[in-house]
Design a protein around this ligand. Structure first.
Ligand code: F6R
Length: 586
């Protein structure tokens, strides 16, 4: 969940690498570091905290080669020693991923280790292999063979960019399971863990390539050479960079707020573009699968809960939803003609990718709903439905969640021959414009939240609670309203705020029962509904729409509330503690 960037560019390499790191900061922001070639010397500068600290330390440097890293600590605390780049005598590396066998590898290396990280072992192992391959006289070939040998010894996930002191006019990149994208320009070439890192450089960068597992890229200012796992030169198919919505904050204080405000545009774009040939094929086949399982993590899992609701309702067939992190370890019951549908904004979540791999081994067909074109998940699934939310960089998923629900709704509608609702983007816009914090100020100090709903509103409740946990650090529970009385009610008291989401008329009264129960225990109540229920408690009144698509709308005020709660309590909603976007490790 770190971000890595490397580039070969006349005079501007360090500057570009730092600029790329800023774009990657959402992947980790507890420390950052850079290595660059200054004259004949390789400078390494590290800094604890944000990339801006590192930028100040580095200043303006003229350099043709640079590699950089922004960290989200997994092995070892966020200290300068643990910060990347990591080094051995000749190798300087930045790494994203986890080396599972680092302890074992370490025990076979005599060189002294200085950090607590798993990554340092890569630099040391490269050195050891480089020493052992001294019979290869050509330095470039020796480096490539050292990489090959090192990759064969590593277990886990990695995306690595390195500089070798023996050939410092090139950078090398290699990967397994963690993403790595190479960008070719005119007289400049770059590589990064995320395509979004290249934003702003778009005019100069012309082509993008997604490395496959165990591929190696040899990159200089003028050239890029790709190798397979046997060191054969290979061609890699170019990937298209999706036209991104601008990544700057524009007039918004935070990216999260900007991204919530982009929901209408994201809905419009997703609705317009999602019906590709995979969508059409999948919607035709959907009814015929004997079993449909949806997998995802966090917010994507909540979208999956909505998927179950809408697919069961429209297709009249059983659908199960599993947390990808559980699915990968549970007893696998193979079934003929099964579909496993993965939902992942990034398309890089390790647990979700692992779940898909298992499903494939079981003989299931696989499909992905993802927001990132060319991401790892798109390369392993039989069908790919791409949402068009645009780059989402705030850690908390907002517009991507709405687009995932939209994709599921459209899939279910097409598969069952139902007409797709019109003007959803406009309804979303109305919801955003009508949100007023003024009415909710009294709730900004509450420390105990319960979000409740039934059927698809229960998925929204879970998502609303997750947003608040993530960015406001308050305890919140998302619950099926009917379950309150089976235990959780004992926690409800006059210090609690119960947010009830009520968008489905057939269970309106039932959810109101829960509202009455909590009111009787002294709890404050906030209702989120398109039905006028102000008599029951404070209400956020939603614009009316077809009930099946209300979860696209009802989540918006919950996202906005979490944002404002966080902001009002002096936190940075874009960078919640302990979290980073895109969890590429287990
Ligand atoms: C919550 C959030 C996470 C992600 C989860 C899955 O706001 O962002 O819970 O939803 O890590 O990520 P993707 O969708 O990229 O697989």
């Amino acid at each position: 969940m770190c971000g890595i960037y490397g580039c070969c560019q006349r005079a501007k390499a360090a500057k570009s690498a730092l600029c790329g790191l800023e774009k990657l900061e959402y992947r980790g922001y507890d420390s950052a570091g850079i290595a660059f070639l200054e004259g004949e010397k390789i400078e390494i500068i590290k800094s604890v905290g944000k990339v801006s600290n590192l930028k100040i330390k580095v200043g303006e440097k003229v350099s043709n080669i640079a590699i950089a890293h922004t960290r989200w600590a997994t092995h070892g605390r966020a200290t300068a020693l643990n910060c990347h780049p990591h080094t051995s005598e000749n190798f300087i590396i930045v790494h994203n991923g986890i080396i599972e066998n680092f302890k074992e590898l370490k025990s076979n290396i005599s060189e002294k280790f200085y950090s607590e990280t798993d990554s340092e072992v890569i630099a040391k192992l490269l050195e050891k292999n480089f020493d052992e391959l001294s019979e290869i006289s050509d330095i470039n070939e020796r480096i490539l063979n050292s990489i090959l040998k090192t990759q064969n010894q590593l277990i886990g996930s990695w995306a690595v960019i390195l500089i070798c002191r023996k050939n410092p006019l090139k950078i090398y990149a290699f990967k397994n399971k963690s993403p790595l994208i190479v960008a070719r320009g005119k007289g400049e070439n770059h590589v990064a863990s995320d395509i979004n890192a290249f934003e702003k450089r778009e005019k100069n960068l012309l082509k993008y390539y997604n490395l496959n597992n165990r591929n190696i890229a040899e990159i200089s200012q003028e050239n890029i050479i790709f190798y397979d796992e046997k060191l054969n030169k290979i061609e890699i198919k170019e990937i298209k960079k999706q036209c991104e919505i601008c990544q700057e904050n524009c007039n918004y204080k935070h990216k999260m707020l900007k991204e919530i405000n982009e929901i209408p545009k994201a809905i419009y774009s997703t609705k317009k573009h999602i019906k590709n040939s995979d969508f059409k094929k999948l919607s035709k086949k959907l009814k015929n699968y004997s079993k449909i399982t949806i997998v995802g993590c966090g917010t994507a899992y909540h979208a999956g809960l909505y998927g179950k609701f809408i697919l069961e309702k429209y297709l009249n067939k059983n659908v199960s939803v599993e947390l990808a992190s559980e699915f990968r370890y549970k007893t696998q019951i193979k079934e003929k003609n099964e579909l496993v549908l993965a939902i992942s904004q990034s398309g890089e979540t390790a647990d979700t990718l692992a779940a898909i791999e298992i499903a494939r081994k079981n003989g299931a067909e696989t499909a992905a709903i993802t927001n990132v074109c060319g991401s790892s998940i798109t390369r392993i699934c039989d069908y790919v439905l791409q949402t068009r939310a645009g780059a989402e960089v705030a850690v908390a998923a907002t517009k991507s969640y709405v687009c995932q629900i939209l994709a599921l709704y459209m899939l279910a509608s097409s598969a069952s021959g139902k007409r797709i609702s019109r003007g959803i983007d406009k309804i979303a816009n109305k919801t955003i414009l009508s949100f007023s914090l003024e009415n909710l100020k009294e709730f900004l100090g509450v420390k105990k939240f319960f979000f409740v709903g039934r059927l698809c509103d229960s998925a929204t409740a879970s998502e609303g609670a997750l947003k608040l946990k993530e960015i406001a650090y308050v305890h919140s529970e998302g619950y099926s309203a009917g379950e309150l009385k089976h235990g959780t009610l004992s926690l409800v008291d006059e210090n609690s705020l119960v947010i009830a989401i009520i968008t489905q008329s057939n269970i309106l009264d039932k959810t109101l029962n829960a509202v009455h129960e909590v009111k009787a225990r002294g709890a404050k109540v906030l209702i989120v509904s398109q039905f006028e229920l102000a008599g029951e408690g404070k209400e956020i009144l939603l614009p009316a729409a077809k009930e099946e698509i209300m979860p696209l709308i009802s989540v918006i005020p919950l996202q906005l509330f979490a944002y404002h709660y966080s902001e009002n309590n002096g936190l940075n909603p874009d960078m919640p503690r302990n979290l980073a976007k895109s969890v590429t490790v287990e």
